[in-house]
Design a protein around this ligand. Structure first.
Ligand code: ADP
Length: 193
């Protein structure tokens, strides 16, 4: 049973690495960004509420995001562990996740921190804009997302660091190399796939 978070700036490769880690640990990768995008695509009420924030590169309000995650973590597949990608991103979300886990008598095993510098993430996100056509991948919106990350999410690293949960990994290099680095760093803390 493994419960992980993956955290890092937009474009650090969280989504890509999450898929690899989920496969290795046989746990669901739960991406709040993917869930929001799916809801936008299907024009659900949640999607309609989230879209304007996402298009501006802003965070969807905590109340919506917290409800979504509480609901998703109650699914049967998450009983065997999970990897949360893109949540928590605010102090309020950290508190909510703590409450959810405490209610279930659970705790986190590690927080994978993917490191990538600003030039590299902007380059990757602009590429992704061409490949996937995401409406939040224009240069202005990307810069705004990076600012919000620095302002609201980067400070959370210290919270998890104080809990001795952070496993820092360099996100530069080939996908496989980065995956291998993460698996090795987790294994060295006794968290084996
Ligand atoms: P990235 O990490 O590249 O910014 P994501 O796919 O994780 O992309 O998220 C895309 C957008 O979805 C965010 O910019 C935000 O609007 C919304 N979102 C995702 N996760 C959260 C969250 N935990 N809290 C608030 N908004 C979120």
């Amino acid at each position: 049973m493994t419960r992980l978070l993956i955290i890092g700036p937009p474009g650090a490769g969280k989504g890509t690495q999450s898929a690899k880690l989920a496969e290795a640990f046989k746990i669901p990768a739960i991406s709040t960004g993917d869930i929001f995008r799916e809801n936008v695509k299907n024009e659900t009420e949640l999607g309609q509420q989230a879209k304007a924030f996402m298009d501006r590169g802003e965070y969807v309000p905590d109340s919506l995001t917290n409800d979504l995650v509480r609901d998703r973590l109650a699914w049967a597949d998450a009983a065997a562990g999970f990897l949360l990608d893109g949540y928590p991103r605010t102090a309020d979300q950290v508190e909510e996740l703590d409450r959810i886990l405490t209610d279930q008598g659970e705790s986190l095993d590690a927080v994978v921190l993917l490191i990538a510098d600003t030039d590299e993430v902007v380059r990757r996100l602009l590429n992704r804009a061409i490949e996937q056509g995401r409406t939040d991948d224009t240069e202005d919106v990307i810069r705004h997302r990076l600012d919000i990350y620095a302002d609201q999410t980067a400070p959370l690293i210290e919270v998890f660091s104080n809990r001795q949960l952070v496993v820092e990994v360099d996100g530069l290099g080939a996908v496989q190399e980065v995956t291998a680095r993460i698996l090795e760093a987790l294994a060295s803390r006794g968290i084996e796939a």
